[in-house]
Ligand binder design. Structure first.
Ligand SMILES: Cc1ncc(COP(=O)(O)O)c(C=O)c1O
Length: 415
């Protein structure tokens, strides 16, 4: 089975050498990175693009000299790359920001000026706080913010979802994949419910984007947010707004700021070097797939990455299932889509202690709630220190997984 997996995905596995961080030794051995959901490692091409920006074209925008002209071109190219990544029609639909959270707050301020007291907003109890807090703030402006319930297996309760959409719903904000449990939500259903009410659909695709191809047009979303540092790029937030929507929003803006999309929500000077790295991250993913266009290559690559990551994640799931002290949290790997992110608790050991012992063995994993504090709280896990989360990224190997499983067997045995 191992050999079969390694030969079937030999092309992807060969690309591990693209990531310099994987060669780093700590106490004489390499690190096994299961911390991807908190931020992935980056390939050399991304590192080169970031440093290349500082080496050769470090300037502000909209001038006449060569470096400013090149900066303008790079920013346009990066928007075009993200449009390819997301399936957007136009580079103008892509805005950049410090991170996803900052862009969400920016949108929330604009929605506060747009919606009326009594208007309704629907958020979910499964989400990261970045896709809850900014919309919950709308209560301060007289809006009614409702929360979609979750089920014990960390999936959305779609009956509750449907029941909470009313003719006054103006915005439905849901995640596409849970960064705590790997749950993938039914966005087609969310779209249908939002559409029926005439509400906007905003999707947090931060945890989904590294693992599956996205297509904003077929999803029919109005806004979609993601973060480049989760898909092998630098720390940059990305906002897709359906054509024309951003132009109609009263965003926080200086008098001097370009009022047109995509700039309308971009405050101050952007992080040009990180955006150059974001462009390189999209090109890197495209380099893993075949096709006539960059969009086709990205889709082919991510479909293949999804297959590989799922097999590794399932291997973790099955391996942990054999340890009686371990309780897996979240939906099992069934027939539907599921992100390759596995969370669990260990009888008698808090998640922080599990992660400390994994760290002693050179294994990087996160503990706690990962800002998805609401579902962790509702599932009764917060007072127990949350969960241990291991996430698969495209550069993980069978060896990493077996090292993790061997470490967990030792840890539960008290070693
Ligand atoms: C699902 C999800 N949404 C939103 C965020 C926030 O992203 P950022 O750090 O870019 O603000 C994260 C970060 O972990 C996330 O996993």
């Amino acid at each position: 089975m191992t050999d079969d997996l390694e030969s079937r995905f030999a092309d992807l596995i060969a690309r591990r050498t693209d990531f310099p961080a994987l060669a780093r030794l700590h106490e004489g051995r390499t690190l096994a990175h299961f911390d991807g959901p908190g931020g992935t490692q980056v390939p050399q091409t991304v590192i080169d693009a970031v440093s290349g920006c500082y080496r050769t074209a470090n300037a502000n925008t909209h001038g006449f000299f060569v470096t400013t002209v090149e900066t303008d071109r790079m920013l346009h190219d990066a928007r075009a790359a993200m449009a390819d990544f997301l399936g957007a029609d136009n580079a103008r639909d892509i805005s950049f920001g410090a991170n996803m959270t900052t862009l969400a707050w920016g949108l929330a301020h604009a929605f506060a000026r747009r919606f009326q007291p009594g208007d309704e907003v629907l958020v979910s109890n499964l989400d990261h706080e970045a896709n809850r807090g900014p919309w919950l703030m709308l209560r301060e402006h007289g809006m009614v913010v409702r929360e979609i319930a979750i089920r014990p297996d960390a999936t959305l309760d779609y009956d509750d979802f449907a029941a909470q959409v009313t003719p006054r719903t103006r915005l439905v904000a849901v995640g596409m994949a849970s960064n705590a449990f790997g749950t993938v939500n039914d966005i087609a259903r969310a779209r249908e419910l939002a559409y029926r009410a005439g509400a906007w659909l905003l999707v947090d695709a931060v945890h989904y984007a590294p693992h599956f191809p996205l297509d904003v047009r077929s999803l029919g979303v109005d806004f979609l947010l993601c973060s480049a540092y989760k898909f092998y790029g630098p720390h940059v937030g990305v906002l897709y707004s359906r054509n024309g929507l951003l132009d109609g929003l009263a965003t926080d803006r200086l008098r001097t700021q370009d009022p047109r999309a995509p700039h309308r929500i971009e405050t101050g000077t952007l992080n040009h070097a990180a955006i150059a790295g974001t462009l390189a991250a999209v090109d890197y993913l495209a380099s893993l797939g075949a096709g006539a266009s960059r969009r086709e290559r990205v889709i082919a690559a991510l479909n293949r990455v999804a297959e590989y990551e799922r097999e590794l994640a399932q291997r973790i799931w099955r391996g942990l299932q054999r340890l009686p002290a371990v309780t897996l949290v979240g939906p099992p790997f069934g027939t539907g889509r599921r992100a390759p992110t596995v969370s669990f608790t260990v009888a008698g050991l808090e998640a922080a202690e599990v992660c400390r012992r994994l760290a002693e063995r050179g294994i990087c994993a996160w503990d706690g709630h990962f800002y998805a504090i609401r579902p962790i709280e509702l599932l009764g896990l917060l007072e127990r220190g949350g969960v241990t989360r291991v996430g698969i990224s495209l550069y993980n190997s069978v060896e990493d997984v077996d090292r993790l499983l061997a470490a967990m067997a030792e840890i539960v045995a008290g070693a």
